[in-house]
Structure formats: structure tokens, C-alpha cells
Design a protein around this ligand. Sequence first.
Ligand SMILES: [Zn+2]
Length: 86
Amino acid sequence: MIFRKKKDEPEPEKEPVPAALKKDKVKRCDVSGCSEPSVRTVSGEKARKGGLSIPESLRKAHLCKKHYKDFKKATKKDRELERMGW
Ligand SMILES: [Zn+2]
């Protein structure tokens, strides 16, 4: 019996490219001066009320991790104030 070495070994499976590396598909943070990839989309109006500099023309704002945190902090404060009857 002759054992022949397989010439056509299966190629190692390519790892899927993380979305963050597909530049054309990734939305960037809409806060002016920030170019981080966005992780969340929020209402532009709310984001502006939360103190983020989002262009007036945007109805929806894409936020990066950091700015989403800021946004959440800001909106949380709002809700607390509302609860207290301000
Ligand atoms: Zn940002």
C-alpha cells in the first residue's frame, strides 16, 4: 500500500473580519471632533440635550462607547430630575 501525502490540504479557515475593521460599513461617532467607531444610535435631539455636540441636521446620532456613556449619564440625570418633579 502506498500512502501518498495529500497535496491539497484544506486551507485553515479564515477568521471572520470583525465589523470594526470593515471601514466602509462602520459608522463613526457623530460628536464633532470624535472619530471613534459608533456603538449606539440615539436620537440626535436627546444627544444634544445631553450636552453632546451633534450637528443640528442629524436626527439620529451615532455615538462611540465613551460618548454613549456621557449620553447615558446626562439622560439619567434628566430622568432623576423628572422623577423629583423638576
Ligand atoms: Zn465619540
